[in-house]
Every structure is written in structure tokens, then in C-alpha cells.
Unconditional design. Structure first.
Length: 267
């Protein structure tokens, strides 16, 4: 298999492989406009020399993260169980110190907010074996725990505008992970209704794919550190209504319910 565009990596199937030479060329020449590996300015692959992590797209518009790893290379790196549903991956350090704002680490820390896939590859002789798409499930001081992504995890997107996140960095994102681990997003995903609660559009009926976005009625940034989010704190919205609600929130002091009523009247 020869991959010439970075976006093709997002369509790999579990167990497929890419030669080390192919992936090296893809990473190096995705930035060169005249190259056969050029896929546009939004699909270049960023890299830090001699580190096994790359990112597709320029942060904050990352569309995927590539991890190339040899289990056991670092103290914490490796599969957590024989089921291969969870993998621990070490943060990159310079002179023994970890900076969570270094690009290679930042794309891991921000993944729980932006929800781009982490594409995990393990070494297999002269190739990289694709182990699947993962999400950051836990952030420790020196490593992250990655959890295998299921098909349902591609459907609900929470708070795109939280990309402009507040002070706290790793601590703030760890708080988001704690919220999600409570099962509230899973509860929302299991909802019987995939219709936007403002315009009533049903993505599955109209476009043939079950998609919905989860909107925090009260901005996450206003929660106390020990607040537990419940399903009643979230609204299921289509992308257009979700964006409209955020615009109203930024330009007025109206609550979500007031904005919802206003949009319903306009409709």
C-alpha cells in the first residue's frame, strides 16, 4: 500500500501497514507544494525531530495525530492489557523535563477537547502496523492513557468552541476527562432522539448518518472543579444551531433557554 496524501491515513483499516519509507516521505514532503505528497495547506504533517509523534494540520486546526511507537521503548509505553484496547504513551521530554505546551505534547493534551483521532502505529520490521484510532482517556504527569475509539465515539462532538480553552492547560483538560468518565456523554450518545432540539433536523434521516453535537448549556469554564456534569446539562444540537447558540452567547448575556426560545421564534 502506497499512501500519497495525509488524509488517507484517516481511512486506514485495523491491521493494515505502511512502510517506514512511505510514512517518512509522507511526513517530510506533505509540506512541499510540488510534491506528490502535497494535500493542501490544511493537510501538512508537523513533526519534531527524532520524536515518534506527528500531527496532521496546523494547531489549533489539527485533524489527526500520528503516533509511531515501539512498545517498551520507554518506561510507560505499551499495551495495558492483552485486549489492546488501551495503550500508554509517554510525553516527550527535553533534558528530563516535560513541557505540556511543546507541540508534540500539546496535541495529546488538547485531544479531549478537539476530539481528533489519534492514529496508533507499532513497529513491524520495515513497516508501521496500524493499531487503530484512539482517544486520550487519562492524563498523567509523564504519560497519557489512550483508549480505543468505538464507532459511536465519532458521532457526538462536545463544545467545538472550547478550543479556546482557559488557563490551566493540562489541569483543565484533565477536568474535562473526569466529566466524561462519569458516563454522561455515553448517556447522551445512547439517546433515542438524534434530532436537534431547536430546528428538529434529524441527521440520520436527512443525510444517512447519525450525527449530533452536545452543547453545554452552562459554559464549562464556569463550573467549579468538583462539579459533576449530568445529561440535563447538555443539549443535543445540529452544527448550525450549535454555532448560532455560541454566537448569541458571546454577544449577549442570555441563557441557553432564552437563546433557544429566540431561535425558535425566528424559525
Amino acid at each position: 500500500m502506497l499512501i500519497k496524501k495525509s488524509r488517507e491515513l484517516l481511512s486506514l483499516q485495523l491491521g493494515e501497514s505502511i512502510t517506514k519509507r512511505n510514512l517518512y516521505d509522507l511526513i517530510q514532503y506533505s509540506k512541499v507544494e510540488d510534491s506528490e505528497f502535497w494535500g493542501g495547506p490544511d493537510a501538512t504533517i508537523g513533526n519534531t525531530p527524532q520524536q515518534g509523534i506527528n500531527w496532521i494540520g496546523s494547531p489549533p486546526d489539527t485533524i489527526g495525530v500520528i503516533i509511531k511507537t515501539r512498545p517498551g521503548s520507554y518506561e510507560h509505553d505499551g499495551w495495558v492489557s492483552d485486549q489492546k484496547d488501551s495503550y500508554q504513551y509517554s510525553f516527550k521530554a527535553r533534558n528530563g523535563r516535560i513541557s505540556y505546551t511543546e507541540k508534540a505534547n500539546e496535541v495529546l493534551v488538547k485531544q479531549p477537547q478537539q476530539l481528533y483521532p489519534i492514529l496508533l502505529f507499532t513497529e513491524s520490521k520495515q513497516s508501521w502496523l496500524y493499531e487503530g484510532s484512539f482517544d486520550v482517556a487519562e492524563i498523567k504527569e509523564s504519560f497519557v492513557a489512550l483508549s480505543r475509539r468505538t464507532s459511536l465515539q465519532k458521532i457526538v462532538v462536545a463544545e467545538p468552541d472550547e478550543r479556546l480553552y482557559q488557563e490551566g492547560g493540562k489541569r483543565y483538560v484533565t477536568h474535562l476527562l473526569a466529566e466524561r468518565s462519569s458516563g454522561v456523554v455515553a448517556e447522551i450518545k445512547a439517546s433515542k432522539s438524534w434530532s436537534c432540539e431547536i430546528c428538529a433536523i434529524n441527521f440520520q434521516s436527512k443525510y444517512g448518518y447519525p450525527y449530533i453535537e452536545a452543547h453545554h448549556k452552562t459554559p464549562i469554564s464556569s463550573y467549579s472543579s468538583n462539579y459533576t456534569v449530568t445529561a440535563s446539562d447538555l443539549a443535543l444540537l445540529c452544527p448550525n444551531c450549535h454555532k448560532a447558540v455560541h454566537i448569541h452567547m458571546k454577544q449577549s448575556n442570555l441563557s441557553y433557554e432564552e437563546i433557544k426560545s429566540k431561535l425558535l421564534r425566528n424559525g
